[in-house]
Design a protein. Sequence first.
Length: 416
Amino acid sequence: MSEAATRKSGLTANAVKHAKPRSKPYKLSDRDGLYLLVMPTGIRYWRMNYRFGGQQRTLSFGRWPEMLLGEAREMLLDARRSLAKGLDPLEQAKLEKIAKSIAASNSFQAVAEEWLEKIEKEGLAAITLKKARWLLEQTYPALGKRPISEITAHELLLVLKKVESTKRYDTANRIRSTCSQVFRYAIATARANRNICADLRGALVTPRTNHRAAITTPTEASGLLRAIEDYDGHHLTQIALRLLPHLFVRPGELRWAEWSEFDFDKRVWTIPDHKMKMRRPHAVPLSRQALSIIEEIEHDASYSDFLFPSLRSVDRPMSDNTINAALRRLGFSKDQMTGHGFRAMAATMLNEMGTWNPDAIERQLAHADGNSIRRAYARGQYWDERVRMMQHWSDYLDQLRAGATILRPKFGHSAS
C-alpha cells in the first residue's frame, strides 16, 4: 500500500506487523494524528502529535505488540475528547498515572502489608506475626488489589463465608478480627473512613470454645510421666518432653529457648518480652530436676543458640508440632493431652494442693495482671514463693512418676 493510500484509509494490522526497521526512526501515519514510530531496533511505539496552548506536544500511548492498532485508536479518541474539552491529554495522562500509583498504595494488600510491617517493628512475636500474615493472605485473591476505602462489608463477608463453608469457623472469625485491625490502621492513616468489619458482627458462626486437652489428675499424670520416660524417639525431643512438665511454659517458649537466656548460677531462665504472649519478660525458677534435665543436652551455644534446634538447621528451633507429635506417638490423642496441656495440669494440681497462693501460681503461668502497679508489686511479693513452689512441683512430679501414693491434704478440719 502506498503512503498516500495509507494516510487516506489508515494503517492495517498487517502493515504494522511487517513494518521493517531502517537506519533512522520513521513514522507510519494512521489517521487523526495517530502514527507508529518505528525505531532502528525494530521497536514500534504508538504516538500522537497535537497542539495545545500554542505549543506542539507528543503523547505516547504504548508499544506494539503490547498495544494493538485498535487499542491505540481508542486511546487516540480519548485524547481528542480531552482536547475538545480544553484539557491537555499529556497532563491528563500524568494525572492518571499518579492516581493509579496512589490507588496501588491504598489497596487493601498494600495497607495490610504496611500494618504488618508496623506491628513487626513494635516487637510482635514472630509466631503471632506469621499467623496474622497467613490470615490476611486468604483475603488477597479477592480483595488485595481493591482500594481499601471502596471495599464493602458484603465483599468481605463473601470471603469470610467461603472460609466458613469449609467449617473453619474459628479461622473465619480470626480473619474478620485481623481485617478489622487493618481497617483501623487505614482510618488512622487517612486511607479509609470507616471500619466495615464492625458491620459483620454476628454474621459468622461463632464456634464453641474448646479448652485445650489436658491431664489434670494425679493418676493420669503418673501414667503420662512414665510414658514420657519410655519415649524412644529422638533424644532431644524426649528431653523437651521431660522438661516441659517441670517448667509448664508455653510450648513455643520452650522451643525458642536460647542458652543466653539461662543463668545457671542463679538457677533462673529469663524469657525476653518479644517471645512472650503478653510482651513482658518472664522469669522461670529452675528446680534441681529441671537443671539436671537440661544438663543432658549434648550441645551448647557454640553449636546452636537454641536448646532444642531443628534437625534440619541449627539456626532454627524444633518444629512447633514436635511436642504434640511425640505425645501422639506415645498414644495420647489430641483430646487427651497437648503440649499446652502441661500448663493446665500444673495450674489445676497446684491449686488443688491448697499450699500456694493462687496469685503466685498465676504469676508463674505468666498470666497478666491488668494493673501495672499491682503487677510490679506481685512480682516482688511472690518470687520467693514461686521458687519454693517450682521445686516442690518438681519433687511432686518425681513422686508421681515413681508411682508413690500421693496424699491429698484435707481441708476444713481443725487440728486436734
